[in-house]
Design a protein around this ligand. Structure first.
Ligand code: PNS
Length: 167
């Protein structure tokens, strides 16, 4: 019997966007279980918009239809967390050339730290290639309509935070 293949999709997810969701759903084609891992930023003074617990809750709500997607958090090195979870793959979305250098550095460093763990990059649909959590936060905070960019549970949270986040 083959072992289930676990892939980790790490990030800040502050909040999860439809771009993230697309990448995670695509990954189910080659992984049996996807662990969406929200990083605690011990080294960063700046707090995010949503707490790590809220981000995890939103991810779970987005994937209520998909039992193979789980959400959790981690502190410390991603490679240690991946090892503990028995993951074989790290999945990252690559939107544009501007992402490349950062992603390339991280992938090489992670390989240095753990040679068995592969990083796989997936490209999103063109209509999601400009999308980021930071832009969603900014547009929502300024009263713009973010309905095309986030799933309903996330929209709800943004609406609670900013009375005019679309609709
Ligand atoms: O969504 P982000 O903010 O681009 O995600 C970055 C993240 C969380 C994947 C990266 O910062 C990370 O892996 N942090 C955990 C600490 C770690 O392992 N650092 C070394 C990575 S080379």
């Amino acid at each position: 019997m083959t072992h289930p293949r676990t892939a980790i999709c790490p990030g800040s997810f502050d909040p999860i966007t439809v771009g993230h969701e697309e990448i995670i759903r695509r990954s189910l084609k080659f992984a049996d279980r996807i662990l969406v891992a929200v990083a605690h930023r011990a080294t960063q003074a700046k707090q995010g918009m949503f707490s790590v617990e809220e981000r995890i809750q939103m991810i779970r709500e987005v994937f209520t239809d998909e039992p193979r997607v789980e959400a959790g958090d981690f502190t410390g090195l991603l490679v240690d967390f991946a090892r503990d979870e028995g993951a074989h793959l790290i999945i990252r979305g690559l939107r544009a050339v501007s992402d490349f250098e950062y992603e390339f550095q991280m992938a090489l460093m992670n390989r240095e730290l753990c040679a068995d763990l592969e990083t796989v990059f997936l490209t999103p649909n063109v209509e999601h290639s400009f999308l980021s959590s930071s832009l969603v936060r900014e547009v929502a905070s300024l009263g713009g309509d973010v309905r095309p960019f986030v799933a309903p549970p996330v929209l709800e949270r943004l609406r609670n935070r900013f009375a005019t986040a679309g609709g």
